[in-house]
Design a protein around this ligand. Structure first.
Ligand code: HEM
Length: 486
């Protein structure tokens, strides 16, 4: 008799449980990879319709089970690390340093504490002025361009923010070179790992090695510097690199286990995990605001109220970002729900396991899909409708909104991502108006889903159009030119 388990349990492969249903015939190696890569959302929808919300398939050369219900996703993502480990496709694994998984369970927890200390609110609040300066600088540069590819610009912005918080680096030549390398590195992520000249994979490897070298040099420089980090405040103001390599700790056992190679891998993980995702969400947020003029009007009012209270030239305060932008935060949450970002979070079963009557064989990959949870009509009525009011009055039910994952690997940069989006939107809506120049329709799915073509817009600074802020207090939304969105 099978146990209907809601927690991971080890079972014998002869227990009688069957693997979840899936297509009967799988082409070796390729399996269903091409359909998945072509349009992952459609891939999920068609298979769920045919086989149910937990189904098996074959992707990236591996046998694979996909779970799409909130309960099963929670089970997978919250299960102890002895049952599942993260398992990205081979090309991704071979590109990222093997130590990127943050090491053993205990070491992983220790590293999360250190990395998190620079990303949690207590430290993050000190970075708001720097984030704001980067946001203003990128937006300022837009007025000099005839058309702006929002995705390229947002990728650069979020990369600059991540580098600033990681190691205090300012925009400039070194930043540009690292950004270029990061882009080549990312392009190679879901390609075949064929290491031949002129292949995307080879370019990715070269880019990764250049980044490793730059990061190693930074680590060496830091090791030579003596700093005062004795007080609590000093510790909160440290950048992440200092926190990782310099802060003395009582956990000597783990501190010694974090080698420079480890630090290098962690930095690559953070840069990779942290900038494309936020950039994609910003692109969708800007598109959603454009497509919903009434909402944009409300968001503008929210930000005009903050702007009116600010002393000229004073930076945004932590409290303004956290407490005075509730509508914008709802727009961001609804954007994260509808944007398809979070297509799959891959794990590998480390034992024969059973869940809800299904057999999960050892060695098989198991994917959770936040985007399929977010677009499930049983959980959200009219799931494709953009409606930020869903996040009012307590918001969605537990485990049904998981843009940052769940469990031991919950995103460390969730707060940072929200802050960088809120700050950029503040300046965008209070200073500029924009219209979409090219919207190709459809989605470019990889490495992160964005509108096809990256969303090309045209921007005007309102002040330059004679719409001086000081003369129009309280009149936002009445200034439409008929062409530009406000
Ligand atoms: C809206 C933007 C973002 C989204 C949607 C997002 C989403 C996620 C998700 C779903 C995971 C879990 C991966 C898994 O379970 O396999 C994750 C992990 C992670 N994220 Fe984010 N992320 C975002 C921004 C950031 C930022 C800005 C940073 C830091 C600069 C960051 C750093 C990390 C790190 C370090 C992990 C790995 C945690 C671990 O393995 O313990 N993320 N992110």
């Amino acid at each position: 008799m099978l146990k209907q388990s809601r927690v991971a349990v080890e079972v014998s492969s002869t227990s009688g449980a069957k693997t979840p249903p899936g297509p009967p015939w799988r082409i070796p190696l390729v399996g269903e990879t091409l359909s998945f890569l072509r349009d992952p959302h459609r891939f999920y929808l068609t298979r769920i319709a045919r086989y149910g919300e937990i189904f098996s398939t074959s992707l990236f050369g591996d046998k694979c089970i996909i779970v799409t219900t909130p309960e099963a996703s929670k089970w997978l993502l919250q299960s102890a690390q002895k049952f599942f480990k993260p398992a990205y496709p081979e090309s991704a694994n071979s590109l990222i340093d093997p130590t990127r998984s943050f090491g053993s369970e205990q070491l992983h927890n220790y590293v999360r504490r250190i990395v998190g200390s620079s990303l949690y609110p207590e430290s993050l609040q000190f970075h708001v002025p720097a984030i704001e300066a980067l946001a203003c600088s990128v937006l300022d540069s837009w007025t000099k361009q005839k058309s702006i590819n929002v995705y390229s610009e947002m990728a650069k912005y979020t990369f600059e923010v991540a580098m600033k918080i990681l190691c205090g680096m300012e925009p400039g030549k070194q930043m540009d070179a690292l950004f270029q390398n990061m882009q080549d590195f990312e392009k190679a992520f879901l390609t075949l790992n064929i290491n031949l000249p002129f292949t995307t994979y080879r370019r990715g490897l070269k880019a990764r090695d250049s980044m490793f070298k730059a990061v190693e040099e930074m680590i060496q420089q830091r090791r030579k510097k003596k700093r005062d980090w004795s007080g609590r405040e000093q510790q909160q103001r440290l950048d992440m690199l200092d926190s990782m390599i310099c802060v003395e700790t009582k956990d000597e056992k783990f501190a010694n286990a974090v080698t420079d190679i480890h630090v290098r891998g962690i930095i690559m993980t953070i840069l990779f995990a942290g900038h494309e995702t936020s950039a994609a969400q910003l692109v969708w947020a800007i598109k959603n605001l454009h497509d919903n003029p009434e909402l944009l009007h409300g968001v503008k009012e929210e930000h005009e109220a903050i702007r009116r209270k600010r002393e000229p030239g004073s930076p945004l305060t932590w409290s303004q970002v956290m407490k005075e932008m509730p509508l914008t935060l709802r727009v961001i949450n609804e954007t994260m729900r509808t944007s398809y970002v979070g297509l799959f979070l891959p794990r590998e079963a480390l034992d024969d396991l059973e869940y809800d009557g299904y057999y999960f064989p050892k060695g098989w990959k198991v994917y959770a899909s936040p985007s399929m949870v977010h677009l499930n009509p049983k959980l959200y009525t009219e799931p494709y409708k953009f409606d930020p009011t869903r996040f009012q009055d307590g918001g969605p039910k537990p485990n049904t909104f998981i843009p940052f994952g769940n469990g031991q690997r919950l995103c460390l940069g969730g707060e940072l991502a929200k802050v960088e989006m809120l700050v950029l939107i503040h300046h965008l809506v209070t200073t500029y108006s924009w219209k979409i120049k090219e919207d190709h329709g459809g989605i470019r799915w990889w490495p992160v889903p964005i509108p096809k073509g990256g969303l090309v817009i045209q921007v005007e600074r309102e002040v330059e159009r004679g719409l001086e802020k000081e003369t129009r207090q309280g009149q936002t939304g009445e200034l439409g030119s008929g062409e530009f969105q406000h």
